[in-house]
Ligand binder design. Structure first.
Ligand code: KPL
Length: 329
């Protein structure tokens, strides 16, 4: 079924930085109102892209019921004066793009804008929170989502995985009750939206899942489900044990047995999926290894802890990427 809606006017106060599959998913979730079958757009959501001018594009969204919605989205240029209207910014770029993409926007956003980082891995929050010291009225929340979406073409995505979105305040001015309420739209289709305080333990738990599944699936060129095989268990256990020790020095207490069970659960729940790192390697793109296993090793160094299993995965993925670059024409 195709549902067509009117174009969004360009006035906006929610923006999504990054128009990848998750960025577009957030756009549609926040932009559609009422039942998923009605495609009347909320008029205050825009995407921020890299193109030289602000543009409008027709976006297609195939929801979890298989219904396709068409809506016209404004893709703001990163210098557009309308950025000063943005009071909620969802950052959905890859971890390695966060700092570079966000820094030039900070002085252009509404004075009390709240920023939400939603990427795999950890690390960019440290640079962003340091930058926010110069913008004391801005606020920062961190989050993670296990909802999944697939890009069918540049402006057509399909919602492929139900999942939970977990968010929590990190620093600066807290999210207003009004914007918190507005984010409830992410709960559409009964996908849970949870608020956690503190939020870092949640992000370390997600880090454990990515640290185990992403590099092993990329190096062994397999779907997530194959990591349930006996041969991978010692490595998975070692990754988690090292992570738990580092997290502890960072003030985050995690239960290794529980974490290991959660990793096994995610392997089973996403058994047919190919992890984001598998896909990045397969498509010759940069990976988020420095923000996943690399973050564990970086924090370990601060505490003089050894993380040989995580370090060897960082090295192997880096070698794979270099070989790949060398073999490109
Ligand atoms: O988040 C993921 C990713 O691929 O980055 C998992 C949970 C491993 C699902 O594939």
């Amino acid at each position: 079924m195709v549902v067509t809606s009117k174009p969004h006017p360009t006035q906006a106060n929610i923006a999504i930085l990054g128009a990848g599959a998750i960025g577009q998913l957030m756009f549609h979730k926040l932009g559609l109102t009422g039942q998923a079958t009605e495609a009347e757009p909320i008029r205050d959501v825009v995407l921020i892209g890299r193109q030289p001018h602000t543009q409008q594009h027709t976006l297609q969204f195939t929801d979890s019921n298989g219904q396709t919605h068409h809506t016209t989205a404004t893709i703001l240029n990163r210098n557009d004066a309308q950025l000063e209207n943005i009071n909620l910014l969802l950052v959905c770029v890859k971890a390695y793009q966060v700092e570079h993409a966000l820094q030039p926007l900070l002085s252009k956003l509404a004075q009390h804008c709240h920023i939400v980082l939603l990427h795999n891995g950890l690390g960019p929050h440290l640079a962003v929170s340091a930058a926010l010291k110069h913008f004391p009225d801005l606020g920062l929340s961190l989050g993670t989502t296990s909802q999944a979406a697939l890009k069918i073409s540049q402006w057509h995505i399909k919602h492929t995985g139900v999942g939970v979105t977990q968010l929590g305040h990190y620093c600066g001015t807290p999210l207003s009750a009004e914007l918190k309420h507005r984010l409830q739209a992410l709960h559409r289709d009964n996908q849970p939206l949870e608020w956690h305080q503190p939020v870092l333990p949640i992000l370390w738990q997600k880090l454990a899942i990515n640290a185990a599944i992403n590099p092993l699936s990329a190096l062994n060129q397999c779907a997530n489900g194959q990591l349930a095989a006996e041969e991978y268990q010692p490595q998975i256990t070692a990754i988690i044990d090292e992570l738990v020790n580092v997290a502890k020095c960072d003030g985050i207490e995690l239960a290794p047995a529980q974490l290991l069970n959660r990793v096994k659960q995610v392997i089973a729940l996403t058994s047919a999926n190919f992890s984001s790192m598998y896909q990045d390697v397969a498509h010759h793109r940069a990976t988020e290894i420095d923000y996943i296993n690399g973050y564990i090793c970086q924090q370990a160094k601060r505490y003089n802890l050894a993380t040989p299993t995580n370090q060897s995965l960082v090295t192997k993925i880096a070698t794979l990427s270099q070989q790949d670059k060398a073999s490109q024409p």
